[in-house]
Design a protein around this ligand. Structure first.
Ligand code: GLC
Length: 711
């Protein structure tokens, strides 16, 4: 991927200083600055992590593109190959629409389930987040389109996001909040990294020399462009000096003037500007090697038609049909079967049972969250129609059940029936006449969105009341949850339910995926990538979130997610890594060997049931005694394996020893020597087979990459 590129310096040196500093901020909201004299075109950057959101210049009117499952859904697939294919598809759509960089993936850790953007991020664990993001970046960049790893770093809440200062010790920062960034940058070399809005230790990430130069470039060897989050730059001179290369959006020359003045007054070296400008030029040349705006659909290339959605004929550039199929596949692989009492699922597609589908999300599904990651989907599968297509329309009744309001960006506001009591009683009547209930519930788009955090983990009160009333009917009740992050599962309905299927914010294909899973045309294989707590009071960071006096203290250190609940022996509703299947799997004969630079583990996994299915083998390791809060048991690796009924296979997981080391400050990264416990598990609380393996102590220094240093 890091092909040798023509050095930027040959023509840059001849560029007048005023034009050089102009390269360090964008031209408008979505473009880098073209330089005619260098034959350097403008590159276009677009959101977002789950599909292309290409502005047309008309408010909220975006060019249609495939809406894939959001990060928390894809994270629950535990399937890097799938993530790679999704990344590739998004890259192909970017090329078709003339976009050169996609602003994703987002890989921030989920410190608290209250963060409004958790739906966009993969996991509470860096090993899982990095495994998926590495593949996604590979996929995108295999099309010649840049990925942009974000938000660097420690952007774990939306409350006061542009000013809040994260107060955090270096060990926690490095071992948890930076670790996924390190692994993805090392393994996949994203061409862009986006700095976050927040401060760390009082200094904005956009002008943090330790973050943007010492760690990112000198220790990790990052050689791409650091782009700011939009409007995250407060002092362009301090930003460029710290290692920021490209301020977005453009500032109509204000930043260029400040940079020029700083050079003239001697407070900023011209070499620093040359270095940043050189990186921007190399980036543009890398994504536009032919030196001109890539050819998108006629309407884009002509520059005309902005705001006019592409016609079906023009959508052919996007290969919308194939990508929609991939969106369905991704939604299917990401859904998590949380509960399935007495094998209530799968339902029999050929039975004569009367089915009541209840809930507005069955007709206007939640497919995405709020904010910059929104997509104008090319089409949306409707769950109710998909269920009727399988079960037969005349045995499937429907009632809206609760006010849904505005469900997704892609919709004009619905004529809203908002009389909750009337909707609820109508739904109970409909359910009373049926044999089986399928209830679609979930969070509203306002509950999980960029720029605001959640205030509770509760489902909307109308929905809870409806679920309790429906549970009281005593009929088999299957609940389908659409949520990008955990919700409280009130025992009054949850413990009475027959099954609970979590479809997350599953993208435009989730409707078909959900029906296929409910009727057994597909076998659930998702696993939770974020712990589902019993109650908000149990969650990490609850005492300090969202901070006060402009600061938020990460006092819990590295103990977030399952590390937090395990360390305290706290019960959870559903543990990290949990997910049921319509078949069953057994593990045996774990073999663990330490090679020079990796721990190699093989585990025999067998499908002992009657259906094909996919198991996610999870590897958890515990360092040698004495156990300490600083060295908790953690996920070291994972592998998803498709197995036919009766099939057995040795599933291999390779863990670089560097990934098992801890930060020993002045000694850099250190692998503790001794006997490590290695567990092969079906979830963080379901260990199937374990062994002990001896590892020798080993130092890895500070990750200085050979020949790296500030490029
Ligand atoms: C937003 C988001 C970032 C997005 C950018 C451009 O504020 O924080 O994720 O890519 O601005 O929309």
């Amino acid at each position: 991927v890091n092909e040798i590129l023509p050095p930027a310096s040959d023509t840059l040196a001849r560029l007048p200083l005023a034009e050089k500093v102009g390269l360090l901020s964008g031209d408008g909201p979505w473009h880098t600055r073209a330089v005619e004299s260098m034959g350097l075109p403008a590159a276009e950057l677009s959101d977002g992590p789950h599909g292309l959101r290409t502005e047309t210049g008309i408010d909220m009117v975006w060019l249609p593109s495939t809406g894939f499952p959001t990060g928390s859904a894809l994270g629950s697939s535990w399937d890097p190959d799938l993530a790679r294919r999704v990344g590739r598809a998004i890259g192909e759509e970017a090329r078709a629409l003339g976009v050169q960089a996609v602003l994703g993936p987002g890989i921030n850790m989920k410190r608290t389930p209250l963060c409004g953007r958790n739906f966009e991020y993969f996991s509470e664990d860096p090993a899982l987040a990095a495994g998926l993001a590495t593949a996604w970046v590979d996929g995108i960049q295999s099309t010649g389109v840049a990925a942009c790893l974000k938000h660097f770093a420690a952007n774990n809440q939306e409350t006061h996001r542009t000013e809040i200062s994260v107060e955090i010790d270096e060990t926690t920062l490095r071992e948890l909040y930076l670790e996924a960034f390190r692994r993805v940058i090392t393994a996949a070399s994203p061409w862009l990294v986006m700095c976050s809005y927040n401060r760390i230790g009082g200094v904005h990430a956009s002008q943090h020399p330790w973050l943007l130069t010492t760690v990112l470039r000198e220790e990790w060897g990052f050689d791409g462009v650091v782009v700011s989050d939009w409007d995250a730059v407060h002092d362009p001179v301090a930003a460029v000096r710290a290692g920021l290369d490209l301020e977005m959006p453009g500032t109509e020359g204000r930043s260029a003037a400040a940079l020029l003045a700083a050079i003239e007054s001697g407070t900023l070296d011209e070499e620093t500007v040359d270095r940043a400008a050189g990186r921007v030029v190399r980036f543009v040349r890398r994504v536009l090697p032919e030196g001109r705006q890539a050819d998108g659909p006629a309407v884009r290339a002509a520059g005309a038609g902005r705001g006019v959605p592409l016609s079906d004929a023009q959508l052919v550039d996007i290969d919308a049909a194939a990508h929609h199929q991939l969106a369905r596949e991704a939604a299917t692989a990401s859904a998590v079967l949380l509960r399935n009492q007495r094998r209530s699922l799968p339902l029999d597609p050929d039975a004569s049972q009367r089915i009541a589908v209840i809930g507005g999300y069955a007709t206007t599904p939640r497919i995405q969250g709020g904010g910059s990651s929104g997509v104008a989907p090319t089409r949306v599968d409707q769950p109710l129609a998909a269920i009727r297509a399988i079960a037969g329309p005349d045995r499937v009744a429907y009632a809206q059940g609760y006010p849904t309001g505005w469900t997704n960006y892609y919709q004009e506001a619905e004529p809203v029936r908002d009389d909750a009591a009337a909707l609820r009683s109508e739904a109970v009547r409909t359910a009373a006449a049926a044999d089986v209930l399928i209830v679609f519930a979930g969070l509203r788009i306002a509950d999980e969105s960029e720029a605001s955090d959640r205030h509770s983990l509760d489902l909307p009160a109308d929905q809870v009341r409806l679920l309790v009333d429906l549970a009281a009917l005593g009929k088999p009740m299957v609940v389908v949850l659409a949520a990008g992050s955990p919700v409280v599962l009130d025992p009054a309905w949850h413990d009475a339910s027959a099954a609970v299927l979590l479809t997350h914010l599953g993208g435009q294909g989730a409707g078909t995926a959900t029906a296929a899973l409910l009727f057994g045309l597909a076998n659930p294989s998702g696993r939770l990538a974020e712990t589902w707590p019993v109650r908000l009071a149990d969650t990490p960071g609850i005492e300090t979130f969202p901070g006060s006096d402009g600061r938020v203290h990460y006092g819990e250190g590295i103990q977030i997610g399952y590390r937090w609940y395990d360390a305290r022996g706290v019960d959870v509703a559903y543990p990290f890594g949990h997910g049921l299947s319509y078949t069953s799997f057994e593990y045996d004969s774990l073999v663990a060997d330490a090679s020079d630079d990796a721990l190699e583990v093989g585990v025999r996994v067998s499908n002992t049931g009657a259906r094909p299915g996919a198991e996610v083998l999870q590897l958890y390791v515990t360092p040698p005694p004495p156990p300490s809060p600083r060295r908790p048991r953690s996920l070291a690796g994972f592998a998803k394996a498709e197995l036919a009924p009766g099939e057995s296979r040795v599933v291999q997981v390779r863990v670089p020893l560097r990934d098992l080391s801890h930060w020993a400050s002045d000694r850099g990264w250190l692998l503790t020597g001794g006997d490590w416990r290695v567990e092969a598990a079906a979830s963080s609380r379901d260990t199937r087979v374990a062994a002990s393996v001896h590892l020798g102590e080993r130092g890895f220094g500070r990750d200085h990459r050979e020949g790296s240093g500030p490029s």
